[in-house]
Write a protein that binds this ligand. Structure first.
Ligand code: AMP
Length: 219
């Protein structure tokens, strides 16, 4: 049976890398809410134009629109055949309830647990190369010495903004944990990515949800 997963984690939790590993090794379809919205915006669809106004202001897209977009994708033949990894969706209780109401089977909700101190350290050390767009971290992913001088700090990597993002994240996460209760698998994301992935695999197996099949690559 295809695996349907939801992944929940704060910005800076390593969620992106983990999603890449999961979609590669389990051959499930990675559906990122933010990515799908950005595609709609780029294609200038009516949904994209509507979404752009909200995204520009950092506001959530209305639940009904978001649910329609995500459930349409999650019920496409390839998604039904291979399973899905929902990332950045659901973000509200209404969205979570809509998933349940639509009868989409959810096997596990992966919650990446990271301490506030780690998140602050990760955002404080982040530097971006304006030439290549590559993201470095002074401690965890040190940049080559010849480009250090040209690296910049993202304007939203201040401690105040990071604390604000952390609060918004927790406000969104908590109702999801309540809604999906028994399906929640909490992974300690306060460790290097390979260990986070190993813990995820362990918990999944412990739940009887299987292991990666022969590597088939990303869908
Ligand atoms: P992200 O790439 O996940 O940070 O999402 C970028 C933006 O897309 C967010 O700031 C929201 O405006 C919108 N968005 C993404 N996912 C959702 C969602 N599940 N519900 C509502 N809006 C969303």
């Amino acid at each position: 049976m295809p695996l349907n997963l939801i992944i929940v984690g704060p910005p800076g939790s390593g969620k992106g890398t983990l999603c890449e590993n999961i979609s590669r090794d389990f051959h499930v379809m990675h559906l990122s809410g933010g990515e799908l919205l950005r595609e709609e915006v780029a294609k200038k669809t009516p949904l994209g134009s509507e979404a752009f106004e909200y995204m520009k202001q950092g506001k959530l897209i209305p639940d009904e629109t978001m649910v329609k977009l995500m459930l349409n994708k999650a019920t496409e033949p390839a998604a039904l055949q291979h399973g899905v990894l929902l990332d950045g969706f659901p973000r509200t209780l209404k969205q979570a309830q809509a998933i349940t109401a639509a009868g989409l089977r959810v096997d596990a909700v992966i919650v990446l647990d990271v301490s506030d101190a780690s998140l602050l350290e990760r955002s404080a050390g982040r530097r971006v190369d304006p030439v290549t767009g590559e993201v470095y971290h002074l401690k965890f992913k040190p940049p080559p010495s010849q480009i250090v001088d040209r690296l910049v700090i993202r304007p939203d990597d201040t401690e105040e903004k990071q604390r604000f993002r952390m609060k918004i994240y927790k406000d969104q996460r908590d109702p999801l944990i309540v809604h999906f209760k028994d399906l929640v698998l909490t992974v300690n994301a306060d460790q290097p990515i390979p260990k986070v992935y190993a813990e995820f695999l362990f918990l999944l197996k412990q739940r009887g949800l299987g292991e990666p099949t022969a590597p088939k690559g990303k869908l």
